[in-house]
Design a protein around this ligand. Structure first.
Ligand code: TEU
Length: 586
């Protein structure tokens, strides 16, 4: 058992990480905001078609107010054939009938604002749907036409052009090129799609593409949104000539986000360093967008979804004249390892301090196995793209215990945190979905080798005893919910002291009262190299996560503010058991 007392817990100056955030105006809402991701198709279904919708979100806003979040980020609800769950946009200025109408959006925005909750919408600029008028016009137009010039059409290689223009692979599996057919039935040019073939990539060297998206930004800013989450923000600009690349196009997997200079693992550079990612030219786009946002009142903000490492490269997206935030996926992939977590936290602050930006933290979203399941896997640092029923199943109890501890660690860090719908209920993934109901294009494009992301996109359980756990009025649900969701239903959790909802609600209240989001960080020296404990001081609060097997005894008189699990007693002193995080004042 490790014991902390005043003699063994020095906090030397070298352990302090000052969070400068020099580029942030005093009082900027996003600097320390807790932002809740709503995945509209799975949040709440008001009209009974089995797919969530905007009126469903409006009807459940009080859940979010009770939770205490500052803002919502809505995944795409725009007109779309839904080939990639709305990340294939056919009309950037309209709501898909599946989700409601523009009026429904205005009602939601007003209702959120009336409750003091900001609203961030998703912008998908790397690609459109193949049903977008631009792409339809491009297919109908001649090779070399201005219509084709908005996308990346190229001649094939080989004598008859039968080979793709380069060797790039789609992130969802298979080639990143699809060949078109001419009006006369003969094969024509190829077009690039980093994702599904229904998601053709735009050519961002074309000024018309730039001005169109600037106009889309204004459309939503004029409606009153508080900001944008920018999809694939690292992918819009491709290297000149679209050169071949033998790397593997994938999400970062198992890297630790540091730049390798602090003694931890070097960067896993295979993921996103290819000619389609993180090109220098992308930053000029964000500078132009920043000027537009700054021309509006109300402190509008942008967050980059950029799977970029090391963190010093990611920090370039949050330079003072670019984005406000970038998702810290290095934290998400750090697994459940004290040294790695400390390394990522420290590297994050150092990288962002260098550009005067605050940090963000995230553990789950609609693209990854939820952390309540991920941290229950035998190797939590390895992040499969979904799970099959035939895979080794996560330990649900261990996963939830660790997830609660991980969340309380995250929420105790200075900066802004993202919470994915359902994590406040401790939801696991559906890890045994029938393949017949899967919808993620990644499942199909990998020929079933990857399960894909459906398991983390299961409709929310609102009421334990209602059909579809209250997701829809008559029990319809676009994906089946596992039986385990009954115990996690919001009505049960809201009323149960010590539930995961109760933990998040308490943590958010204390976080706000103690101003932890704008604090600084000092590592507790006694644990600075501990293989099992992450312990830091943020303002007057100590955040201590015990990832090891043995309990950690707290100093006498420690005033417990919130704990992710039951604490124990050790000779009259409070002790933190395995896989538990505590906030205390000492
Ligand atoms: O994700 C971008 C991205 O890199 C991830 O999609 C990741 O590679 C993928 O989830 C691996 O399975 C964004 C969105 O978050 C995602 O939902 C979209 O499918 C994708 O862009 C295309 O728009």
């Amino acid at each position: 058992m490790t014991r902390i007392d005043s003699t063994t817990a020095p906090t030397s100056a070298t352990d302090a990480v000052t969070v400068h955030a020099a580029g942030v105006a005093e009082g900027s809402w996003w600097r320390d905001a807790v932002i809740y991701q709503v995945y509209p198709r799975s949040f709440a279904d008001a009209n009974g078609d089995g797919v969530g919708d905007l009126p469903g979100i409006t009807a459940h806003l009080d859940h979010l107010v009770e939770l205490g979040v500052d803002a919502l980020w809505l995944s795409p609800f725009y007109r779309s054939p839904q080939k990639d769950a709305g990340y294939d946009v056919a009309d950037y200025r309209d709501v898909d009938p599946l989700f409601g109408t523009l009026d429904d959006f205005d009602v939601l925005l007003e209702a959120a604002h009336a409750r003091g909750v900001r609203v961030v919408v998703d912008l998908v600029p790397n690609h459109t749907s193949d049903q977008h008028v631009w792409f339809q016009a491009a297919l109908a137009a001649d090779e070399g036409s201005p219509e084709r010039g908005r996308y990346l059409f190229r001649e094939g290689r080989g004598t008859g052009g039968e080979e793709p223009p380069n060797n790039w692979q789609s992130i969802f599996g298979g080639p990143a090129w699809t060949r078109t057919t001419r009006a006369d039935g003969t094969p024509g040019q190829w077009y690039l799609h980093l994702f599904d073939s229904s998601q053709p990539d735009l050519d961002w060297s074309n000024p018309e593409v730039r001005s169109e998206f600037e106009d889309v930004l204004r459309f939503w800013l004029d409606r009153g949104v508080d900001g944008f989450r920018v999809d694939v923000a690292h992918g819009m600009v491709k290297a000149d000539g679209l050169p071949d690349w033998d790397g593997h196009v994938a999400m970062v997997d198992g890297a630790d986000g540091t730049d390798g200079t602090d003694g931890t693992d070097a960067v896993n550079g295979s993921g996103n360093s290819g000619p389609m990612f993180d090109q220098d030219g992308v930053h000029e786009i964000y500078r132009a967008w920043r000027r537009i946002l700054d021309s509006y009142d109300g402190d509008r903000a942008m967050v980059a979804e950029a799977w970029v490492e090391p963190l010093s490269r990611l920090a370039r997206y949050v330079r003072a004249d670019e984005m406000h935030q970038a998702f810290n996926f290095s934290f998400l992939v750090a697994g459940w390892d004290a040294a790695r977590l400390r390394g990522v936290v420290e590297a994050s602050f150092r990288a962002n301090d260098a550009v005067g930006a605050p940090t963000t933290w995230v553990l789950s979203n609609h693209d990854v196995v939820r952390h309540a399941s991920r941290l229950g896997l035998a190797e939590p640092e390895h992040r499969p793209n979904g799970l099959f029923a035939s895979d080794p199943q996560p330990d649900a109890e261990l996963g939830l215990r660790r997830a609660r501890a991980a969340s309380l660690l995250m929420l105790g860090l200075p900066g802004s945190s993202y919470v994915y719908q359902g994590e406040e209920l401790g939801l696991p993934d559906h890890t045994s979905l029938d393949d017949a109901v899967r919808q993620d294009p990644a499942f199909f494009r990998t020929g079933g080798a990857e399960a894909g992301r459906d398991g983390c996109r299961i409709p929310m359980p609102w009421e334990a005893d209602a059909p579809a756990y209250g997701f829809s009025p008559d029990g319809a649900a676009w994906l089946p919910q596992p039986a385990s969701y009954a115990a996690h239903a919001a009505d049960v959790e809201r009323a149960t002291p010590g539930s995961t909802f109760d933990l998040y609600r308490t943590a958010l209240r204390v976080r706000k009262a103690e101003h932890l989001g704008t604090g600084d960080l000092t590592w507790l020296g006694v644990f600075a190299h501990d293989p099992h404990v992450v312990a830091l001081r943020n303002r007057d609060v100590v955040v201590l996560a015990n990832l090891g097997g043995a309990a950690v005894t707290l100093p006498a008189g420690a005033e417990i503010l919130v704990a992710s699990g039951e604490l124990t007693q050790d000779a009259g002193a409070t002790a933190v058991p395995s896989d538990t995080t505590v906030w205390y004042r000492a």
